[in-house]
Structure formats: structure tokens, C-alpha cells
Design a protein around this ligand. Structure first.
Ligand code: HOC
Length: 380
């Protein structure tokens, strides 16, 4: 294939290079995947206002997210098992993000550990925290993120229990994992992926194995994961986490204006309007459809970010126009990573930046900080 021009091109390449079970893991949503689909399709109903005879020189996409400078309002989202899309995936993606001047967010459920990522980066990255029942473990993660000089903690609020993804269950990605000869063949039929994997020792959950009590291998990890997501997580826990962390805090996974108000009451620095990429509550509305109501409810009290369904720079611009101070891309960078490693993540970011820049210009704006609802022509 010629040089990928779109995120969809990267997706096709990733599908050819990454074993089915891991490609599907990144590419799936819960149950019927209706929310996953709506996250993407609801963007296309938003129409942009074309302007002409406006000076379009000297454009800039630079802005801030939670007061930190970013070259464009796009962070890499925390994504589980990133290191299974490509060997050392989190380290490669973090380096691509750093070179691009955008935040990288490391998931608790990553393959490479906090320390691995810190060892290859110089710019502070963000750390995503799942609150587990074992609060000593949670405290340990917070302290490791502090030691690595992470510049924000992204607390995920929408995974108190794990949503059910049919593709994962059919692919054997269950707890415990269930690998049959079919799955082994899926891996063997992706030789470049296998060769890269053989070169690295990082193939399991680096933040957990060897750190959580009695978790020493994949089997004990499966049991641990099953029982550790904390179904009693509440706003009171957020106060405890905020106190332990003491730095910038972002609450991710808010989809309702009432929850957004409660999140703003915690004194967090930002919320991320998100339905976990359609991987949790199937049937929930898309992130972009809920953004205006949430901005109305809390936009004057807390920074509002958006995650879910972004597949182009146009989508980023639409989210910014509707009040998001920043956005997150998950699958677009995972496709790039799976397709071509670090170079693919850089390509994904470059594609999004170019699309955002051209769209902003054709909407008659030169500075992302001046993009607002005036660039929206309407909805279909
Ligand atoms: C094996 C545990 O954010 C996702 C991730 C985290 C899920 C935990 C998987 O897949 O949505």
C-alpha cells in the first residue's frame, strides 16, 4: 500500500499485521457495538461552516490542556494491552507523542510499566488509574507515577465492572485466557508481529505483575483482575485519590451532566466526556452527542475534554467547536502502532494534525484557541 493518508488506511494495515485477537481487542465495543458505532457516526452529522476571503496565513493549533502546552488539542488515550498491538507499544507510542508535543497517557492495564515508559521519555507523560479494591496497590501505583514525574493522573470512572465484549470472549481473551490451536495459528500467521514480540521481554502487565499481592503470572493476574475492579468506587474515593496524588487530576468516563457536576465538585482539573470507546455500556449515547449538555452544565467550572469516535482532524475540530478544551485518540494511534510501530503513531498524529489544520483554515480560523460554535453550520 502507498503511504497511508487516512486513519482508515492505517486500520487496514494494522489488521494485516496484528493477530486477530489483539486487533479485535482494540477494535471492539460492548455487546452490539451500537455505542461504539455511534461515537464515530455522530460526528458526520455535524456540518461545518465554510468561510471565504479570510486571511488564512500563520495558523496555529497550539493550545493547552490542563494548563500544559500541547502542539494540538489531542492526547493519546489510555488503552489497555497497547503492547500487544506492537512489541514495546507503550514505549514507542510515548516517544512518538513526546516528539509531537502531545500528552501520552499510560494505562494501568499496559504491557510496558510506568518505569519502562519513564526510561525512554523526557517529557512527563500522564498516568491512567483504575481504582482497585486493594488500596495498597492503588497507593503504590500513585507513588510510582509520582516517582516517574507523571504530570497528570487520569482517573477512570466508568469501569467499576468490566463490560462484555463478544469478540474478546470468542477470541479467548477471557479471564483466564483460553488459547486454542486456532489462536496460536492467528499469531503464527502474523510473522512480523511475532518476530518483534520475540525480541522483547515485555509481554505481560508490567504495572501489575510483581507489584500486586500474589500476582506473579498471567493465571494469577486473570483471577486478580476479575475480582479487583472496585464496584463500590464513589466520589468519596476521588477525594482520597486527589489527596494522595496532589497533582493535576482528570476524571475520565463522564457521560451525564449530573455526574459532570459531581465531578466538578471534587475540584478535579478536567473531566473527559467518554463512554470508554463504546466498550462499557452498549446503548449509551455517543460522547460527541453529550458534549454540549455537559459543557453547559460545568464548562465554566472545569475543563471539559472528549474521547470516543475521533477518526480525523475534522472530528477534533468539531469537538473543540462544541466546547472541548482537549480530545483523546485511542484507536487511531493503536492502528498506527499496530501497522508500523512508532512511525505509525507519528503518521496517525500527522494525519490528524493536517486534517485539523486544513479544516480550520477553510472554516476561516487561524488559531485553534479562537475555534468555537461559530464554525458549526448545523446538524443532520
Ligand atoms: C484484562 C483486563 O481499558 C479496556 C481497558 C481495560 C480493561 C481491562 C482488561 O479494555 O477497555
Amino acid at each position: 500500500m502507498a503511504t497511508p493518508l487516512t486513519i482508515a488506511d492505517l486500520k487496514k494495515l494494522a489488521q494485516r499485521r496484528v493477530p486477530k485477537m489483539f486487533f479485535d481487542y482494540a477494535d471492539s465495543g460492548a455487546w452490539t457495538e451500537s455505542t461504539y458505532a455511534a461515537n464515530e457516526s455522530d460526528f458526520s452529522g455535524i456540518k461545518l461552516r465554510q468561510r471565504v476571503m479570510v486571511d488564512m496565513t500563520n495558523r496555529t493549533l497550539e493550545t493547552t490542556m490542563i494548563g500544559q502546552n500541547v502542539s494540538m488539542p489531542v492526547a493519546l488515550a489510555p488503552t489497555g494491552l497497547t503492547g500487544m498491538q506492537h512489541a514495546d507499544g507503550e514505549m514507542l507510542a510515548a516517544r512518538a507523542a513526546e516528539e509531537f508535543g502531545v500528552p501520552f497517557t499510560l494505562s494501568t492495564m499496559s504491557i510496558c510499566s510506568i518505569e519502562d515508559v519513564a526510561s525512554v521519555t523526557t517529557r512527563p507523560f500522564w498516568f491512567q488509574l483504575y481504582v482497585m479494591r486493594d488500596k495498597d496497590f492503588v497507593l503504590g501505583l500513585i507513588n510510582r507515577a509520582k516517582a516517574a514525574k507523571c504530570s497528570a493522573l487520569v482517573l477512570t470512572a466508568d469501569l467499576q465492572i468490566l463490560g462484555q465484549r463478544h469478540k474478546d470472549l470468542r477470541n479467548g481473551l477471557s479471564a483466564p485466557p483460553r488459547f486454542t490451536p486456532k489462536h496460536i495459528w492467528q499469531m503464527a500467521s502474523r510473522p512480523f508481529w511475532c518476530l518483534d514480540m520475540l525480541k522483547t521481554k515485555r509481554r505481560t502487565f508490567g504495572n501489575i505483575i510483581g507489584h500486586a499481592k500474589n500476582v506473579t503470572n498471567i493465571t494469577s493476574l486473570a483471577a486478580w483482575t476479575h475480582e479487583q475492579f472496585d464496584p463500590r468506587l464513589s466520589w468519596a474515593d476521588v477525594a482520597w485519590i486527589k489527596e494522595q496524588w496532589g497533582g493535576p487530576l482528570i476524571i475520565k468516563g463522564v457521560l451525564d451532566p449530573e455526574d459532570a457536576k459531581a465531578a466538578a465538585d471534587t475540584g478535579a482539573d478536567a473531566i473527559v466526556v467518554s463512554n470508554h470507546g463504546g466498550r462499557q455500556l452498549d446503548g449509551a449515547p455517543s460522547s460527541i452527542s453529550m458534549l454540549p449538555a455537559i459543557v453547559d452544565a460545568v464548562g465554566d467550572r472545569i475543563e471539559v475534554h472528549l474521547d470516543g469516535g475521533i477518526r480525523s482532524g475534522q472530528d477534533v475540530l468539531k469537538a473543540v467547536a462544541l466546547g472541548a478544551k482537549g480530545t483523546y485518540i485511542g484507536r487511531p494511534f493503536l492502528y498506527g502502532l499496530g501497522a508500523m510501530g512508532k512511525e505509525g503513531v507519528t503518521l496517525a498524529l500527522g494525519i490528524i494534525r493536517k486534517e485539523m489544520d486544513i479544516t480550520m483554515a477553510l472554516c476561516g480560523k487561524r488559531d485553534i484557541k479562537h475555534v468555537n460554535s461559530s464554525i458549526i453550520a448545523g446538524r443532520q
